[in-house]
Design a protein around this ligand. Structure first.
Ligand code: ATP
Length: 503
């Protein structure tokens, strides 16, 4: 698993997906740039989300709000006072950690131990194995799972009550060691606000303190009435947005999983009070189905229902993904009640209400939010797609089995040799197809090497122009995943590419 993660990181760089930010100056920690293939893949993920939200739902519309907002926004949302992470330093290594993450990692290890035992037993008992029964009766598995549950419950309680001394006690009792040095010598736990500040205005005394938005959601809340009125939207309806968010993360690690500058794809769905939990369940299902539709493998996703709820929520769950470093949050689905709209009413003095013609009554709608990190989604797609395949006789190939709809390049057009009019015909095919698809012309190196290069970049189709093409107006199409080859007329390429790579 660790090897897979290393491979993903180096593959991302080697094939122009992701570079460290300002690398020539040795980079900036937890900030990344997307290269030529990365920018395309990221754009395609956005498109896949955006279309499924706005185009496939008549009652969901888009928004593109600014990153900078009036500072009172963040007072109202609770971010100024409560957007904190509990932080702990190791006295010997002088390294800083999120106290809650240290405990969660410890709990995750217990889960992994339990799962290992279960897998062993499964092999031993074969068909007759009853997993639930085993979990209840095997003393070791029962202890691992029980301990894990207790630890997470205590952590949740301490964090909710802001009992930071207890979080420290928990770390000491569990004898959690600093991952780098193994030292168990910890400081007290302190709260740390994650918002990046900046200043508006030139003069030092009159400058206003602003924040780079830590989430895109608030841009939707403050525009709720603008969109509702001008779009004549009726409840239930949603507003979708994709945009940058910034968090001064303490422990920024695991590549693009946790960044300081990242993108979110969020949708706020406004519903009648009292109907929120019904809609919450619907959106949980809908979002899981969206993920599954990419075909990366159903076993890679699981729900994690929150025991610890944020101050604004009455129900919350994560869709977790099996990243190379284990199951972690990919997307959050939250029932946010009327907390945000009410808070903005209070702080702005403006009404943010909907007149429901059926009920003949004004109310502040309740909100279901679906919130996914675009970069995390990128990492999920990349790590699930990267495969090292054994082709027999000592041959292997590296192939990026991206869902075709997300692939940066849909087809590569390859003249078999660089002479005899083949490049000209290949170029003509490129010129015909480029209006509809992202296609790439490549004539460098032997054909086998070109196939491998396209495999590694995730290109689903390779189209080879050979000498026969000049006679029969046909080309050879090679499919990335099966490596099968098929001869088809040039005029059918458009239909084939569309069929293989469409939304
Ligand atoms: P975490 O617990 O991992 O810090 P969170 O619960 O704070 O995440 P939310 O505030 O619910 O996250 O944000 C919604 C989504 O935004 C997350 O599910 C995640 O995909 C993404 N996200 C949050 N923080 C980051 C980050 N620092 N880098 C990349 N993506 C992020």
């Amino acid at each position: 698993q660790e090897d897979l993660f290393k491979n993903v990181v180096s593959h991302a760089k080697e094939y122009g997906f992701i570079f460290g930010s300002s690398e020539i100056y040795d980079g900036l920690s937890a900030v990344y740039d997307y290269g030529q293939n990365g920018a395309e893949l990221k754009k395609n993920i956005k498109e896949y989300w955006w279309r499924s939200m706005t185009q496939l739902h008549q009652n969901i519309v888009g928004l593109d709000a600014a990153i900078l907002m009036h500072p009172t926004t963040w007072k109202a949302s609770g971010h100024v006072d409560a957007f904190n992470d509990p932080l702990i330093d190791n006295k010997d290594s002088k390294k800083r950690y999120r106290a809650d993450v240290l405990v969660e990692d410890h709990a995750e290890k217990l889960l992994q131990k339990a799962e290992k035992e279960i897998q062993k037993a499964k092999k031993r008992f074969g068909e007759d194995f009853d997993e639930e029964m085993y979990k209840e009766t095997n003393p070791r598995v029962k202890r691992y799972l029980g301990d894990r549950k207790q630890i997470l419950e205590r952590l949740a309680k301490s964090l909710t009550n802001e009992d930071l001394a207890d979080v420290k006690s928990l770390i000491e009792e569990l004898e959690i060691a600093c991952p780098e040095s193994g030292s168990k010598n910890w400081t007290d736990v302190k709260q740390f606000n994650l918002m990046f500040g900046t200043k508006l205005g030139a003069s030092a005394d009159s400058a206003t303190q602003l924040y780079l938005r830590p989430e895109t959601a608030q841009g939707i809340f403050v525009n709720f009435l603008n969109v509702q009125k001008t779009g004549r939207m009726k409840i239930p309806f949603g507003i979708a947005q994709i945009g940058k968010a910034f968090r001064n993360e303490i422990v920024a690690r695991q590549f693009i999983f946790r960044m300081r500058e990242f993108e979110q794809m969020e949708m706020q769905f406004f519903v009648r009070p009292g109907q929120e939990l019904e809609w919450y369940e619907k959106w949980k299902e809908a979002r899981l189905n969206w993920h599954r539709s990419l075909g990366l493998g159903e076993e890679l996703y699981r729900f994690h229902d929150h025991e610890k709820l944020a101050h604004y929520a009455n129900a919350a769950a994560d869709i977790e993904f099996d990243f190379p470093f284990g199951f972690k949050e990919l997307e959050g689905i939250h029932s946010r009640t009327d907390f945000d709209l009410k808070a903005h009413e209070e702080h702005s003095g403006k009404k943010l209400r909907f007149y429901d013609p059926e009920l003949k009554e004004n109310y502040v709608p309740y909100v279901i939010e679906t919130s996914i990190g675009l970069d995390r989604m990128f990492l999920a797609v990349l790590s699930a797609s990267l495969k090292e395949e054994d082709l027999g006789e000592g041959n292997t190939r590296t192939v990026l089995k991206l869902p075709a709809v997300l692939a940066p390049t849909k087809a590569a057009i390859l003249p078999l040799v660089k002479k005899d009019g083949l490049p000209e015909l290949a170029q003509k095919i490129v010129d015909d197809l480029k209006w509809d698809f992202n296609v790439q012309y490549d004539e460098k190196d032997a054909i086998g090497r070109r196939y491998r290069r396209q495999d590694a970049a995730g290109t689903p189709l390779c189209i080879t122009v050979d000498h026969d093409s000049l006679e029969d107006n046909s080309v050879t199409v090679r499919f990335r995943d099966s490596m099968e080859q098929k001869r088809i007329p040039i005029e059918e390429l458009d239909t084939l590419i569309r069929k293989e790579t469409d939304f």
